[in-house]
Each structure stands twice: as structure tokens, then as C-alpha cells.
Design a binder for this molecule. Structure first.
Ligand SMILES: Nc1ncnc2c1ncn2[C@@H]1O[C@H](COP(=O)(O)OP(=O)(O)OP(=O)(O)O)[C@@H](O)[C@H]1O
Length: 526
């Protein structure tokens, strides 16, 4: 055992991982896993190593742990899964992701780092990512600032697909308490979810995006409910009253009576929650996202046409899937936990324990490199890809940000140690030559991130001749794990550590029962 390995907590990272990845530091601890920054010893790539504890504790968890994330990892705004490695106990798994400098929660917390242009660019990229997911009939279900990763070029990558589900499977899940009683972050939950709706739509994610926009505009979470009921109250006091048809549309047993009560309370509309300096188009977008009736909320596609993001909008760079992403394993086939585990490691694009086997391409005709080079440094990889293909992350000339705008943006955000901002040929870039003291970069990361360039993976566009075919879903999970699982291994959820203020909660029977009680108590008081 090497000396260095001994210095890392042996109980947390096993030697076979350490032999492949030089663990630099722990960067995060979610409810059910730990994330480290690491360097791939073979390629020199900086990566994020995420250990998920007891990933195969039962059939349900095992099933959702099947991770065909390659479907979405091809998108420039969705985090790329590079590898899956077994833990020696065969219970935990290590997921290796491309590394990002920070997350939106950390950036918002720092205060006024994000200027108007960055907020617009963040939203644009989130709409693009959601258009892609939703076109595959998949909803993320847990979009929130800490799941929006960022680099110093303001490139956004959505991560943490622990709750992602195919809409085709939601129906099936509704009878499965393990999947309906999932832990999610209350402040970003759509009203229909809070009210126990049996009808899920893409609108769930669009609501969360509205909350994320609101948080960037306000500097703190828009609706900081302290319980499910309080969350609904806060929402209802800020958004226009729903019509009876709107209430019916969410198909909630409790919705109608709960909402009727809340409508009696005084309103503080969204514009009054925000500073008057918030641009009108930002407010208009917010109002289009934070709509009670999910059918009337903006879709990702519609949001991409909104004036707030118009300077970035380019339909040619906003791809969609032309098939539904569905479960890899036929749901009628009841596999054992062991069989599911084996399936996970068999998945195309996932390499197994420790060694560096080449990953087979997941689809015929993919231009995208899928082999060992996929594990290369995302910095190097993206750069190489650009050089080889000529593809830079490109925003069209009509949406290009001018030098002045760019200089007013990231340079100001970063404030120190920047070279002049460069607008690359046909690229929108806030490229940095120095990252020391960069407030966007995690402390002690600066030396590793110097010279990042904006670029992204070219997408695997499918030809129209490819019929809508079944594809495996991006459903690896930690949060569908029941509330009490893994906690010993993973430590207390961050919410409990006090270091983090986003509220967690379980959408479960107790919460819903509380809603009924709320209605009954109010009825009795009349
Ligand atoms: N690919 C990555 N690159 C860099 N940092 C990452 C990466 N993935 C996650 N992180 C960091 O690790 C932190 C923990 O991530 P994780 O997904 O485990 O938890 P979370 O989503 O923040 O919390 P929870 O899982 O409890 O909802 C994140 O906030 C993020 O800052």
C-alpha cells in the first residue's frame, strides 16, 4: 500500500480506486454519497469520483442503479459519466465523472458574482439540457442549484440523475411507494408534487428551473418553505391564483381543498419579491415558468425562444432525442439484485472494476469517441476534440457576445488575475488564462484549472431515419433510496450538517396526511 493511499481515509476510498485515481480532496457530501476531486493516473485528467453507498440494497435500488447515462452524457450541458467501478464489498459503487469547477449553489452563495449575462447564459444552457432530456421522455426531478455544475467559462452541466425517471415509467412507479416516496429538495418542488399529484409531466423540471432563475435573480431561494404545507403556502402567495380547471389539472386528491384555503391569504407577487432592477424579460420568463398548471408552464423548447435567452438561442445547437428513453431491463423480468448489479457493469459505455477496458460504442454510427480516450481529461479532451473536428462550442454570430459584454461579464465576476477576455472564432467564451484567486474555482484548485476553454462535446445527432426506439434510461440512484438507508455510511444528509440550507424532505404519506389534517383543522375552526 502506497504512503499516499494511507494518508487518504482508507475507509472512504479503496486502494483499487486510489491506484487508478489520485484523490486530491473531498469536494462534496450528498445525502447518500461522497464526491472527491481526483486525477486519473493514466490520462492525467481531472475527474470527480463519486462513491455511492450500498447501491444495490434491494431490487428497486438496484434497478434504478442501472446507468445508461451515455444517452445524456453526450450533451454538452449534461455531466459525462466516464466510468463505473465496483467497490470491493460489491455493495458500493464508484462513479467517475468529468470534473467541474463549482456548482451554482456555491456561486449564488458568494453574492453578486453572477451578472445579468451569466444568469441568461446559465438559463439558456439549462433549457437546452432540459429540451434534450424531455425529448427522450425523461424528467430529472431534482433540478436545483447544487445540481447545476459550472466551470470558469460559465459552462453549465446538469448532474445528479438520481431521481431521473422515464415518463413511461412514472405510471408504474405510482404504485411503488419506494419510488414515490423519494427524497427531493422541497424548495424546488412543483406544486403538483407537493400536493401529491398522480400526474407527472416535464413541467416538474420547468418549475424547478423557475425556482433556479428566481434564486439567481434574488440571491437566495425564492420559496424557502419549512414544510410541505408551508412550501405550498409560500408558492400560492406569490403566483397568480389558479382557476378551478387549473386545480383539477394537477389531479391531486388534496389539491382543491388545500389550495382553496391558501387563496384566502394575502398575496406578495413575484415582482414584489424581487428587486425593481430585475430586467422585465427576466420577470416575464419567471412568470412563464412559475405557473401553477403544469400544462400552462413554458416547456424547455418554448423557453429557448424567450427573449431572456435570445442572444444565445440557435436551434441548430439545441438538439433533441428522437426516441423515448426507457428501462434497459424489461420490467416484466424480475432480476435478482446480483443480476441487476451484473447488468450495471455490463452496460455499454461502462467499464468494469479497475482495469481500463475499452468501452464499446453504444450506438452504431456514433461519431463520438467512446473508447478509453473518453476518460481523458475533459479539459484536454474537449480541446482535442475541438482541434480535431473544428467544433468549438459555438454560439451563432447573431447571438455572439461582444468583447465588451464578455469583458463586462466574466472578467468582472472573476475580478482578479484575468487576461483580457477573448471571443474565440465563432465561439462564445469567457476563457481564462489564470484562475488563481478565481472565486468560481474551489479553493486550492486554481493551479489545476488554468487555461480552461469553453468547448463541448459534439452531439451524436441521430438521423431522422432512426425510428423512435427504446433506449435505456439515465436512472442511477441514490435519492430513491429510502430515507434511512446508507446514512451511516454516507454520514448525515448535508441538510442536517447545517452547512447547507436547502431543505430536504420526503414526499411521503406522512407529509400528505399532514395536508389533509391541515384542511380538516381549518374546517373545524370555521
Ligand atoms: N462532476 C463533478 N465535478 C465537480 N464537483 C462535483 C461533481 N459532481 C458533484 N460535485 C460536487 O459535489 C457536491 C455533492 O454532490 P452530490 O451530487 O453528491 O450531492 P448533492 O446533489 O449536492 O446533494 P444531495 O445528493 O444530498 O442532493 C455537489 O454539490 C457538487 O458541488
Amino acid at each position: 500500500m502506497s504512503k499516499k493511499f494511507e494518508s487518504v481515509k482508507v475507509s472512504e476510498v479503496e486502494e483499487h480506486i486510489f491506484l487508478k485515481y489520485e484523490i486530491r480532496k473531498r469536494i462534496g457530501k450528498g445525502a447518500y454519497g461522497i464526491v472527491w476531486k481526483a486525477v486519473d493516473r493514466q490520462t492525467g485528467a481531472t475527474v470527480a469520483v463519486k462513491k455511492i453507498f450500498d447501491a444495490f440494497r434491494n431490487r428497486t435500488d438496484a434497478q434504478v442503479a442501472i446507468i445508461p447515462m451515455q444517452e445524456f452524457g453526450d450533451h454538452p450541458n449534461i455531466i459525462k459519466l466516464l466510468n463505473v467501478i465496483r467497490a470491493q464489498n460489491d455493495k458500493d459503487i464508484y462513479l467517475i465523472f468529468e470534473y467541474m469547477d463549482t456548482d451554482l449553489h456555491a456561486v449564488i452563495k458568494k453574492g453578486s458574482l453572477l451578472k445579468d449575462i451569466h444568469k441568461r447564459y446559465v438559463m439558456y444552457q439549462l433549457f437546452k439540457a432540459n429540451k434534450y432530456l424531455h425529448s427522450g421522455n425523461v424528467i430529472h426531478r431534482d433540478e436545483k442549484p447544487s445540481n447545476v455544475l459550472l466551470d470558469t467559462d460559465c459552462i453549465v452541466k446538469l448532474c445528479d440523475f438520481g431521481l431521473a425517471r422515464s415518463l413511461n415509467q412514472i405510471q408504474e412507479d405510482s404504485g411503488n411507494p419506494a419510488l414515490t416516496e423519494y427524497v427531493a429538495t422541497r424548495w424546488y418542488r412543483a406544486p403538483e408534487i407537493l400536493l401529491g399529484s398522480t400526474r407527472y409531466t416535464n413541467g416538474v423540471d420547468m418549475w424547478s428551473l423557475g425556482c433556479i432563475l428566481g434564486e439567481m435573480l434574488l440571491g437566495k431561494a425564492l420559496f424557502q418553505g419549512t414544510s410541505t404545507i408551508n412550501q405550498v403556502e409560500k408558492i400560492m402567495s406569490a403566483i397568480p391564483h389558479p382557476s378551478p380547471e387549473d386545480i383539477l389539472a394537477i389531479k391531486s386528491e388534496y389539491g382543491s381543498s388545500v389550495i382553496q384555503r391558501m387563496l384566502l391569504k394575502p398575496q406578495v407577487p413575484l415582482e414584489d419579491l424581487l428587486q425593481p432592477s430585475v430586467p422585465p424579460d427576466a420577470l416575464d420568463l419567471l412568470k412563464g415558468l412559475l405557473v401553477f398548471n403544469p400544462d400552462k408552464r413554458l416547456t424547455a423548447e418554448q423557453a429557448l425562444h424567450h427573449p431572456y435567452v435570445s442572444r444565445f438561442h440557435n436551434p441548430a445547437k439545441e438538439p433533441a432525442l428522437n426516441y423515448d428513453v426507457v428501462l434497459a431491463v424489461d420490467d416484466d423480468v424480475q432480476l435478482s439484485v446480483i443480476q441487476y448489479r451484473n447488468k450495471l457493469y455490463e452496460l455499454p459505455n461502462n467499464r468494469t472494476c479497475g482495469d481500463c477496458q475499452e468501452k464499446p460504442s453504444s450506438r452504431k454510427g456514433d461519431k463520438e469517441e467512446q473508447g478509453p480516450a473518453a476518460a481523458a481529461s475533459h479539459n484536454n479532451e474537449r480541446k482535442t476534440r475541438n482541434e480535431e473536428t473544428g467544433e468549438t462550442y459555438h454560439e451563432p454570430s447573431h447571438t455572439e457576445v461582444t468583447k465588451t459584454e464578455a469583458a463586462n461579464s466574466m472578467d468582472q465576476i472573476l475580478q482578479r488575475g484575468r487576461s483580457a477576455t477573448v471571443v474565440h472564432n465563432r465561439s462564445f467564451s469567457w476563457s481564462l488564462s489564470q484562475t488563481q484567486n478565481n472565486p468560481l474555482v474551489r479553493k486550492d484548485d486554481a493551479f489545476l484549472t488554468a487555461g480552461l476553454h469553453i468547448s463541448s462535446a459534439p452531439l451524436n445527432q441521430r438521423s431522422s431515419s432512426q425510428a423512435r426506439e427504446a433506449r435505456p434510461p439515465p436512472r442511477f440512484s441514490k435519492k430513491v433510496f429510502q430515507n434511512n438507508c446508507n446514512v451511516a455510511g454516507a454520514g448525515d444528509p448535508r441538510a442536517k450538517l447545517g452547512s447547507y440550507t436547502q431543505a430536504y424532505g420526503t414526499i411521503n404519506k406522512t407529509e400528505l396526511d399532514n395536508l389533509i389534517r391541515y384542511v380538516l383543522i381549518n374546517d373545524c375552526n370555521e
